[in-house]
Design a protein around this ligand. Structure first.
Ligand code: AMP
Length: 434
């Protein structure tokens, strides 16, 4: 039996990785436009970090974490999300005291959740996200949403669906939880086993239940908006009015509660249906939080953030043809003709790469016909055909593979020749791309 990947994980190979890298680069460029800096944090954290922040009422902590004892008997967890680890790092390094506020960071990498694998749902998947910590204003909440929408816009997404809700402040949420408890207590006998647990731990999560019958019952439940404190309500409308000013469309969704315990005030998700009709689930989720740093032993400091699910972004973009033009193709394919020119061809390949042009070669004297086939597979723009007789004269044949035009060029002037073919601008561009 051939070996297989762990259930719920997946390989991202070659062209697919080009797509992921492209998405990450666009994300990174936009985050930098907004003044964010990268944080790279460990994949592994003490389990306690997630228990204290992501929260014991969340599905993630209750049943989805990859938690194990290391050889020193410490309970560690493969991160199921980044926000908790970022907050841990800020607390541990006291960045809240030494850095200018807000601390604005972006991150990306793999995360792990033991969920049932299905369309758009993996056990090892990838997130890219931001956190903005150390200020408490509706403007920063709105700016974070703008950033998310701008990344998706730059990636070419159309017809996005931004859902937004307010969970209010601590007092609003407590009042709402009490109201939900009272309402669902009346119906709980008819509801699923999960909801029985949620009623005790985190009644707001019942609104997220996917069981149809439970959804029917949830429709009659009290609404968060009727429990918002005056201040939270004002704050929510301030965020919305900024979105209006920025021409960002949204839909207020009462049932949006988000799965992680630390959220308060504004929360949001973005959905998109791909052209094939596939619904991979939310492309991103995020929101405001107040008690996160404190929960990890730091000061009380508010923050806001979101995380993209890169698999979902990638899948929608692929379905919608937004990744079709990524392949740049090889600049030069060097074709040695005969064993006697192999050494010199090898040196030429190396020289061309040092000039900043992408270059490849079979490094063997295979039939020229096969070499052209290989060049076509690599979408090469030019072939440099190196023959013995020509080498002796210090020249080679350069063939434009698209126009099918060939000319002899002097190897001494190769760099000038290539620069003029590719245009100085593009040459610059090549260097930057590396
Ligand atoms: P969350 O950290 O739960 O707010 O999730 C943020 C984003 O990560 C979601 O909007 C999804 O795009 C993505 N995501 C969450 N869980 C999964 C999963 N199991 N597989 C793939 N993507 C996921």
């Amino acid at each position: 039996m051939p070996a297989i990947a762990v259930k719920g994980t997946h390989d991202i190979l070659g062209k697919e990785a080009d797509g992921y890298r492209y998405i990450e680069r666009v994300f990174e460029a936009v985050a930098q436009l907004y003044g964010y800096q990268e944080f790279r944090i460990p994949t592994l954290e003490y389990t306690d970090v997630f228990n204290r922040s992501t929260g014991e009422g969340s599905d993630v902590v209750r049943k989805e974490m990859y938690t194990f004892l290391d050889k020193g008997n410490r309970s560690v967890t493969m991160r199921p999300e980044f926000t908790a680890g970022v907050a841990r790092a800020i607390v541990e390094h006291k960045l809240y005291a030494t850095e200018d506020l807000p601390i604005k960071c972006f991150y990306y990498g793999p995360v792990f959740r033991y969920e049932r694998p299905q369309l758009g749902r993996y056990r090892q998947f990838h997130q890219a996200g931001v956190e903005c910590i150390g200020v408490n204003s509706a403007r920063f909440d709105a700016e974070c949403i703008c950033l998310a929408m701008q990344v998706l816009g730059m990636l070419g997404f159309k017809g996005l669906h931004l859902k937004i809700n307010s969970l209010g402040d601590e007092a609003s949420r407590k009042a709402y939880r009490d109201a939900l408890k009272a309402y669902f207590a009346e119906h709980i006998d008819d509801m699923c086993a999960d909801c029985h647990e949620r009623l005790e731990l985190n009644p707001m999560r019942i609104l997220d239940c996917k069981v149809e019958h439970d959804q029917e019952i949830a429709k009659g439940a009290p609404k968060m908006k009727d429990y918002l404190s005056e201040e939270s309500e004002k704050r929510f409308y301030q965020t919305l009015s900024i979105l209006n000013d920025m021409d960002i469309e949204y839909e207020i969704d009462d049932s949006l509660v988000r799965g992680l315990d630390y959220y308060g005030e504004v929360v949001f998700e973005v959905h998109a249906i791909s052209k094939t009709g596939a619904d991979y689930g939310a492309l991103l989720g995020g929101g405001h939080y107040d008690g996160l740093l404190e929960a990890l032993g730091g000061p009380q400091m508010a923050g806001v953030g979101f995380a993209f699910g890169l698999e979902r972004i990638y899948n929608v973009m692929k379905d919608d043809g937004l990744l079709d033009d990524l392949e740049e193709g090889l600049d030069i394919y060097v074709m040695p003709v005969g064993e006697s020119v192999l050494d010199e061809s090898f040196e030429l390949v190396s020289a061309i790469r040092n000039m900043g042009y992408t270059c490849d070669s079979p490094l063997a004297a295979i039939k020229l016909g096969s070499q052209f086939k290989k060049a076509a597979k690599k979408k090469a723009h030019y072939a440099l055909i190196v023959g013995e007789e020509e080498l002796q004269r210090g020249v080679a044949q350069l063939k434009d593979l698209e126009k099918q035009e060939q000319k002899e060029i002097s190897l001494e002037n190769l760099e000038e020749e290539l620069d003029s073919l590719f245009g100085e601008d593009e040459h610059e561009h090549h260097h930057h791309e590396e």
